[in-house]
Design a protein around this ligand. Structure first.
Ligand code: IPM
Ligand code: MG
Length: 367
């Protein structure tokens, strides 16, 4: 028997998790996956109940589980508490403690949603790109870090952006391997664009050089290009279909993945996988906890439901079960059901639904 730990978290987390869990239970039955579910506390919910964003009990459960499904963490309620125990720290710590260094974020346009994107349909039609973001290093974790008081009494905030060759190589391998797999599956040439800021930052000069060497030594069948992060932001808007796999560090990946998500109409559609060296993973939507709409049945549960699909594909190797969820999501979109974030208000054929109705509709479409 396999175990999945669910961590609903804060804000819209519990609402979207409820829907995703129903979907997981349904495919668990249909495909006889023998998955058992456990739940735990993370983020603000854990601070309220246990005084810290990642209680040891949650970490133990996460280590014991085969995969973790996460909702979202954070909210204004915990913004003013001491920095080291804020909700986001719980998320960063669980990523780091579980060694989940490879974050995969797929930005795929559902043709039904082309009208919901703020970008012209011809620019984004057929879009399917993968951002491979390094998740346990870089400026997010580099030391020293903090806020100090200078001699003149002024305060100074500081962080450190660091990457070692081995960290760059291991994320590079994930990106090149996935580019090869995607090239086969999608019938197009394998290509990776490595995003850096090597014109300014030494740490990314090493990044660029290491990626180049890795490609030359082991991946000559994959075309490697390099792009500065600022230009990559621009190119993603101008001509996103030039990209297949993008690989980058923690902070640039954070930024680029939000941007890529928005190309597809809404960040409410984008699932993600965070994997360790063995393929064990934590799966979560790319969006945050959206405290402004929490508890109002307005959230889009599809990114979390699609995260379940990624979990079945990457950790449990259950391609058929994964595909059945993705088809169900697509079928619901075909039927014109839309949560507020993906509603094209100019199209009167669409039906606006809440989080629960959207989840139930997906459930009803599952084979
Ligand atoms: C994400 C989020 C997190 C991050 C936050 C909530 C810490 O923005 O998963 O992209 O910056 O990694
Ligand atoms: Mg982010």
């Amino acid at each position: 028997m396999a175990t999945v730990l669910t961590l609903a978290g804060d804000g819209i987390g519990p609402e979207i998790m409820t829907q995703a869990v129903e979907v997981l239970k349904a495919v668990n039955n249909t495909f006889a996956l023998d998955i058992s579910l456990e739940s735990g506390l993370l983020g603000g919910a854990a601070i309220d109940a246990a005084g810290q964003p990642l209680p040891p009990e949650t970490l133990d459960k996460a280590r014991a589980a085969d995969a973790v499904l996460l909702g979202a963490v954070g909210g204004p309620k915990w913004d003013s508490i001491e920095r080291s125990i804020r909700p986001e720290r719980g998320l960063l710590k669980i990523r780091s403690e579980l060694g989940l260094f490879a974050n995969l974020r797929v930005a795929k346009l559902y043709p039904q949603l082309a009208g919901a994107s703020s970008i012209k349909p011809e620019i984004i039609s057929g879009l399917d790109l993968l951002i491979v973001r390094e998740l346990t290093g870089g400026i997010y974790f580099g030391e020293p870090r903090g806020i100090r008081t200078l001699d003149n009494g002024e305060q100074q905030g500081y962080n450190t952006m660091v990457y070692s060759t081995s960290e760059i190589e291991r994320i590079g391998k994930v990106a090149f391997d996935l580019a090869q797999t995607r090239a086969k599956a999608l019938g197009r040439p394998a290509k990776v664009c490595s995003v850096d800021k090597a014109n300014v930052l030494e740490v990314t000069e090493l990044w660029k050089q290491t990626m180049t060497e890795l490609q030359q030594q082991h991946y000559t069948d994959v075309a490697l290009s390099h792009m500065y992060a600022d230009n990559a932001c621009m190119q993603l808007i101008k001509n996103p279909k030039q990209f297949d796999v993008m690989v980058t560090g923690n902070m640039f990946g954070d930024i680029l993945s939000d941007e890529a998500a928005m190309l597809t109409g809404s960040i409410g559609m984008l699932p993600s996988a965070s994997l360790d060296a063995e393929g064990k993973g934590m799966y979560e939507p790319c969006h945050g906890s959206a405290p402004d709409i929490a508890g109002q049945d307005l959230a889009n549960p599809l990114a979390t439901i699609l995260s379940v699909a990624m979990m079945l594909r990457y950790t449990f190797k259950q391609e058929e079960a994964a595909a059945s969820i993705e088809s169900a999501v697509s079928a619901v979109l075909d039927d014109g059901l839309r949560t507020a974030d993906i509603l094209d208000t100019s199209d009167s054929a669409l039906k606006k639904v809440g989080c629960r109705e959207m989840g139930e509709a997906v459930l009803a479409k599952l084979v």
